[in-house]
Design a protein around this ligand. Structure first.
Ligand SMILES: C[S@@+](CC[C@H](N)C(=O)[O-])C[C@H]1O[C@@H](n2cnc3c(N)ncnc32)[C@H](O)[C@@H]1O
Length: 257
């Protein structure tokens, strides 16, 4: 707990991201990923494999951009750094583990951005959601964009912002944020690799389904190249007698999908 608190206080992040809860979430992701290391391993390996396959046949490899780089658990950073001239990691918060990992690579840079497009709107000053992808993603030299287990996360804190204040969540907020990220990816002229969880299933010890949640808020995706289950919370992590399993869909090349 003390360790988490120190992590929270010292993590560099813009004030707006701290205020919106991204630092808190990043610290708790760090702890959860340590606790669930064994349960998450198959998912992380599958995601890294799909990402590595997404650029195996790319003829030009100037800049690769990773959206939602986070802890880099699902990102084959060494392979990206050696295959591309430059790698740009984009997240609302870059944890210390990532900051340390990138020091080994002269061609890897960090960029901090709100990829939901909602920060200006929630904190006042903007009338609506902003374009979700930073301009840098559409740069001339970008040959690969990876959306790495980010999509389902984008609506979480904007929705929580309303709920924590007992305010009505604007209808369709979650679906609009998801749709805006997908529209941003569809607009890109580069190779796009998308890995995202799409559904949460809560199961009891007998394998019975207790609950299902659509993590994409009604947005629909085409059939994926690969799909697998991610045991997000084994028994005892979230609840003693139920576990949470996320269905993951992955696209090596999002455009033809
Ligand atoms: C499930 S984690 C995946 C992280 C990462 N790919 C990894 O291997 O650790 C989701 C990531 O999305 C980031 N994220 C969530 N909402 C975001 C937003 N609005 N803008 C930018 N990043 C966001 C979180 O900070 C977190 O790092």
């Amino acid at each position: 707990m003390l360790r988490e608190w120190a992590h929270y206080l010292t993590l560099p992040a813009p004030w707006t991201h701290r205020r919106l809860g991204y630092v808190r979430e990043s610290v708790s992701l760090t702890s959860r990923s340590r606790r669930c290391r064994k349960a998450w391993r198959p998912h992380l390996e599958a995601a890294r494999t799909v990402i590595a396959q997404s650029f195996a046949d790319l003829p030009q490899r100037r800049t690769a951009v990773v959206l939602g780089s986070g802890l880099l658990d699902d990102v084959p950073l060494a392979a990206l750094a050696s295959a591309f001239e430059a790698v740009l990691l984009v997240d609302a918060v870059h944890p210390w583990a990532t900051r340390r990992a990138v020091r080994a690579y002269a061609n890897v840079r960090l960029a901090t951005a709100d990829l939901s497009g909602s920060a200006g709107w929630l904190l006042g000053g903007a009338d609506d959601l902003a374009d979700a992808l930073p301009a840098i993603v559409e740069g001339q030299s970008v040959d690969l964009v990876i959306s790495a287990n980010l999509l389902s996360q984008l609506p979480i804190l904007p929705i929580a912002w309303y709920e924590e204040r007992d305010r009505t969540v604007p209808p369709d907020l979650g679906r609009r944020i998801v749709a805006s990220h997908l529209a941003g990816l569809a607009r890109l002229r580069t190779r796009v690799c998308l890995v995202t969880d799409v559904e949460q299933v809560e199961m009891d010890r007998e394998g019975g389904i207790v609950d299902r949640i659509d993590l994409l808020h009604g947005a629909r995706l085409p059939p994926p190249d690969r799909t697998w289950d991610w045991e997000l919370a084994p028994f005892g992590e979230a609840e003693r007698h139920t576990r949470l399993v996320h269905r993951v869909w992955a696209y090596r090349d999002w455009h033809p999908a």
